[in-house]
Every structure is written in structure tokens, then in C-alpha cells.
Write a protein that binds this ligand. Structure first.
Ligand SMILES: O=C(O)CCC(=O)C(=O)O
Ligand SMILES: [Fe+2]
Length: 353
């Protein structure tokens, strides 16, 4: 069974989006609604009723799952250190901009891909071990934070992790955003991928500083709740329709995030072909670039060799000519006798050497 879309779930989501997109909507700052906050080093936690219809239609369509009993959202204001943020950003930039052979899909690079047991051998290309170790431990920390704040009833399994850059106007070519993954459209993560039960987003930039707008909006029935990204901030939420959300398009700079999804229950790892779909285009591009470079170098070497051979032939010819002249002049010098004339009592006398 595919872990991906279920048409009935998508239809439900479409209806919820229609219903919540009508008319003027009130808008509040999520962090101003301070229920559940206990102190500076603990997350803001909101418990909200679960949306039951989505899991129901997914189960009817044959998707297995462990029910998510407690729904909610949570925000950690400084979850990742500035060094961790800088490392993730640098790694994302490097992979998007072609300075490595890390597989990416448009402006997304998957961190889960190289760690996946069945994809591991074929797709572990170019990602430095220290980056993977660091990313892996960060992902485990996020998992631990979700377990603590949102209390799933069964252990979590990592089912997706994408480093993503959103930039407007969108870049073209191999760095363009994936239309199917653009988070500007209102959605519930679990409606688009049935195996996603908990979502988390780590922000690597700051709204109002690195870009304008770009807030995450939870589209609640009574209005929108805005969360303005801050560097190092983590937001986690249950992935059902209770957390229908969208991203306000940012302006004036790229907006980097690490988006992560976890699942409970028996789905198991997402099949390799689903995880790898669309990834790796840049690797191919790089290969063809390096093949092109090899051809160019070979042509340049052949031209240089022809030039050197012609030069050497010319040099040899000049040397031979010079040597011939020299030999001839030597011969001429030998053949011409050097004579001296002397006159004496017994007549003229000629003596040649
Ligand atoms: O970038 C964000 O703030 C949210 C991203 C998101 O909703 C998603 O990737 O599903
Ligand atoms: Fe989402």
C-alpha cells in the first residue's frame, strides 16, 4: 500500500480549505495566545481537538495507522543553536548551488534519503559523514521533543526530512521550487502523505530581517494564527486537518527551513522509490557537466600536442638547414688552397698550404 495520497482524504482537505478561505478572516499572533506556556526553556504547547474524519477515510481506503489521540501544536523559541543553524544553511546552499554531488530535488535536499536502509547504498552520494551524524542527532532531538510535548501513544519513526529554500521570484533550472511541494497552498500534511502523523519545522532565518512576510498560518475555524519564523525556532504539530496550514509567500530573500515528518504505527519505512522520486537530477547534471569538461580538456590537449609537434618539426628543420650550411662552409674552407707567392733570385715561387 502506498504511503502517499488517498483521494478521499484530498477531497476532505479541499472542502476544509474552501470552508476556511471564505470572507474576511481574523488573524492573531500565535505566541500572543499564551495558553500552556510554563517558562522560558519549555515550549509553548496548545492542545486542540483532533479532526477525526481524515483518519476515518484513510482507514476505510486501506491505510493502516495507529490513532493519534492527542492533537496539538508546540513551539520552542530557541531549539537549535546558531552554529547548528549555520551548518544546515551552509549544507543546503552547497547542495543547491552545485558545489557537491548531493542529490536534490529543485530547492529541496532530503536528509532522510542517505539514512534510509534500502536507499542507503545507491543514494549516499557526497554527503559528508559529519553532516549526516549531526543531522541525525538533530532529528533524534526533534523526535524527543515531539514525544515530550505532544505525547504520541506509540514510538515515532522518521518518515521525511527536507531542507528547503523558498525564494521569490522562484529560481529556474535545477534550483526551481517543486510545484507539488509548494507550501503556499493551504494543506494538511497527513492528507497529502498518509504516513505523516506529526510534522515539525525548524526555521533557519528570521522574518522581518532575512525576508518579509513568510509566516506560517494555522487556518483555524475562528481565524488564522500566525507564527513569524525566528532562526533556531522549532514548531511541531499533529499532521491532521486540525492543523490545516499554509505559508505566506516571503519577499526579499530566501527562506530556509528544515521540514520533518514522523509517523506512528505499522506503515514502516517509506519505500525507497517514493523517497527518491525526483531526487538526483543535479547529480546527473553534474555528471554531464564533468563529461563535457573531460571532452573540452581532451580537445585542448590534442590542439596543444599538434602545436608542439609542429613547433618541434620547424625547429628540427631549421637546425638541419643550419647544420647543412655549416658543413658546406667547412668543405669549402678545406678545398680552397691558401697560397703564398714569393719572388727570389731564381724566379717566382708559389707555395700552397
Ligand atoms: O515552511 C513552513 O513554515 C511550513 C512548511 C510546510 O508546511 C510543509 O513543508 O508541509
Ligand atoms: Fe505542511
Amino acid at each position: 500500500m502506498s504511503t502517499r495520497t488517498c483521494p478521499a482524504a484530498l477531497e476532505l482537505m479541499r472542502r476544509a480549505v474552501d470552508e476556511r478561505s471564505k470572507g474576511e478572516r481574523a488573524s492573531f499572533d500565535l505566541l500572543q495566545v499564551r495558553e500552556g506556556h510554563k517558562g522560558d526553556f519549555v515550549p509553548w504547547i496548545w492542545h486542540i481537538p483532533c479532526e477525526e474524519e481524515l483518519p476515518r477515510v484513510q482507514r476505510a481506503a486501506g491505510f493502516e495507522f495507529s490513532p493519534v489521540q492527542d492533537c496539538g501544536r508546540a513551539v520552542w523559541e530557541s531549539f537549535a543553536s546558531p552554529l547548528e543553524v549555520a551548518m544546515l544553511r551552509a549544507f543546503a546552499q552547497k547542495s543547491f548551488e552545485g558545489h557537491s554531488d548531493i542529490p536534490h530535488r529543485g530547492a529541496e535536499v532530503s536528509l532522510v534519503l542517505p539514512l534510509h536502509q534500502t536507499c542507503h547504498s545507491t543514494k549516499r552520494t557526497g554527503i559528508p559523514a559529519e553532516v549526516m551524524d549531526f543531522a541525525w542527532s538533530l532529528l533524534r532531538r526533534v523526535e524527543g521533543a515531539i514525544l515530550e510535548a505532544l505525547m504520541p501513544s506509540t514510538p515515532l519513526e522518521l518518515r521525511g526530512a527536507l531542507l528547503r529554500r523558498v525564494q521569490l521570484p522562484a529560481l529556474t533550472g535545477h534550483q526551481q521550487m517543486m510545484p507539488s511541494h509548494d507550501s503556499f497552498a493551504a494543506h494538511a500534511d497527513r492528507a497529502t502523505v498518509a504516513a505523516y502523523h506529526y510534522s515539525a519545522v525548524l526555521y533557519l532565518d528570521e522574518a522581518g530581517k532575512d525576508f518579509e512576510d513568510g509566516e506560517l498560518l494555522f487556518m483555524d475555524r475562528d481565524g488564522d494564527l500566525r507564527l513569524a519564523p525566528k532562526s533556531g525556532q522549532l514548531v511541531a504539530f499533529t499532521s491532521g486537518l486540525e492543523n490545516l496550514h499554509r505559508v505566506v509567500p516571503p519577499h526579499g530573500g530566501p527562506r530556509y527551513v528544515l521540514a520533518m515528518w514522523f509517523g506512528t504505527g505499522p506503515n514502516g519505512p517509506i519505500p525507497c522509490d517514493e523517497l527518491t522520486s525526483g531526487f538526483g537530477a543535479h547529480v546527473e547534471k553534474q555528471r554531464s557537466t564533468s563529461e563535457g569538461q573531460v571532452t573540452e580538456i581532451a580537445i585542448a590537449m590534442i590542439i596543444a600536442m599538434v602545436f608542439i609537434i609542429a613547433l618541434a618539426a620547424e625547429l628540427l628543420r631549421s637546425l638541419c638547414t643550419a647544420a647543412r650550411y655549416y658543413m658546406q662552409s667547412q668543405k669549402a674552407m678545406v678545398k680552397v688552397p691558401i697560397c703564398s707567392h714569393t719572388s727570389g733570385m731564381f724566379g717566382d715561387h708559389k707555395q700552397c698550404a
